[in-house]
Design a protein around this ligand. Structure first.
Ligand code: TXA
Ligand code: MG
Length: 327
């Protein structure tokens, strides 16, 4: 475990430039970094995470100077989004330069790039001065880590170091937008909302749900994701009523809610805060701690769509494998 002191950031940067794997905080979730220009280093990420090889990595940068080495051109819409939202929770998919190893992009001719808004991440990226490929630093399929302890829980012994920068602000992974075609396509909702994107660059097609039989534009969307070990149920409508009616069937029940109501005694209640932004920041952490409590089932309260609600719903529905009931 490393801290965010200059000395430790320098150690982490050295490990990365020598081909090691280093987990580091970002404003969204912790990333598992490797030198994006080193094919062997990137290869180690797959083994550590149990990651499918057809799922491309996002490349993280701290300065615009690196961009021409990574992408073939920067369309006007991309420039607009970078000016508005970088550093920040937005990944932009652009046509890639041939020099990027194939295992970074799963053989695609595009690459997702982002400049994270986190002081430790930016200092680390600047110190090593290389683009860093980094998926979320969890075992594939598990909820993404929003604390250094989550990273160690999944990856201890499989990586060279983790930089502990405390809790991540946003708590959900970045928005992914593809600008390689005629129209911008939203591949994953996140901290930068579709409303913000539309205001900046006009119409954005939304294509983030996996449609069976149609090759997904963003390979990551087809896998089971964000899933706790306990079966998870999304409850729409009368949340407290539903939980009170169904809790007695189980020994131990996990409850994720933004209501401060009373629940039956066998419920372990995780409150999500008052706003959707707090809901997002706490969600993954709550899913993980309910897993540690070995609950038999998790009932999670649904959220409104729109704004950050789109991203929360996307993660929540995947965690529940689309198991949705009406309360
Ligand atoms: O917030 C985040 O984005 C975090 C932090 C660490 O930056 N990273 C992250 O990476 O969530 P990962 O690997 O867990 O998710 C990356 C997503 C996947 O769904 C992947 O398919 C998509 O981005 N993606 C990456 N490159 C792509 C490309 N060239 N074309 C389409 N989708 C791409
Ligand atoms: Mg991930």
């Amino acid at each position: 475990m490393l801290t965010t002191t200059d000395g430790d950031i320098a150690r982490a940067a050295k490990l990365l430039s020598e081909g090691g794997l280093v987990a580091f905080p970002t404003e969204t979730v912790y990333g598992l970094g490797a030198n994006a220009q080193n094919e062997q280093a990137v290869e180690k990420i797959f083994a550590a995470k149990g990651r499918p090889v057809d799922n491309p990595f996002i490349v993280h940068i701290a300065s615009y100077e690196i961009l021409p080495r990574l992408v073939r051109d920067i369309p006007k819409a991309a420039q607009t989004l970078m000016n508005l939202f970088w550093p920040g929770p937005l990944t932009i998919v652009l046509k890639k330069q041939d020099s990027i190893p194939n295992n970074v992009t799963a053989g695609l001719d595009s690459v997702g790039i982002r400049m994270p808004k986190n002081d430790a991440a930016l200092r680390l990226l600047k110190k090593c001065a290389i683009p860093i490929a980094a998926p979320s630093a969890n075992t594939s399929g598990r909820p993404s880590p929003t604390l250094a302890s989550h990273v160690l829980h999944d990856l201890n012994g499989k990586i060279n170091a983790v930089v502990d920068g405390g809790a991540c602000d946003v708590g959900l992974e970045s928005t992914v937008v593809d600008l390689t075609g005629d129209l911008p396509v939203l591949l994953r909702p996140g901290g930068i909302t579709v409303e913000q994107l539309t205001d900046a660059i006009g119409d954005v097609r939304q294509r983030f749900e996996y449609v069976p039989g149609i090759a997904p534009r963003s390979p990551g969307v087809k896998y089971k994701h964000y899933a706790p070990n306990s079966p998870t149920v999304i409850v729409k409508g009368q949340f407290q009523h539903y939980v009170c009616q169904h809790a007695e069937r189980y020994k131990k029940v996990g409850v994720i809610t933004y209501e401060t109501a009373d629940f039956p005694e066998n419920c372990i209640v995780k409150h999500l805060g008052k706003s959707p932004v707090e809901y997002a920041a706490n969600l993954f952490s709550h899913l993980r701690s309910l897993d540690n409590e070995n609950v038999d089932v998790i009932f999670a309260q649904d959220v409104q769509d729109g704004g950050i609600g789109d991203a929360i719903r996307n993660r929540l529905y995947k965690a529940a494998g689309n198991n949705i009931v009406k309360g």
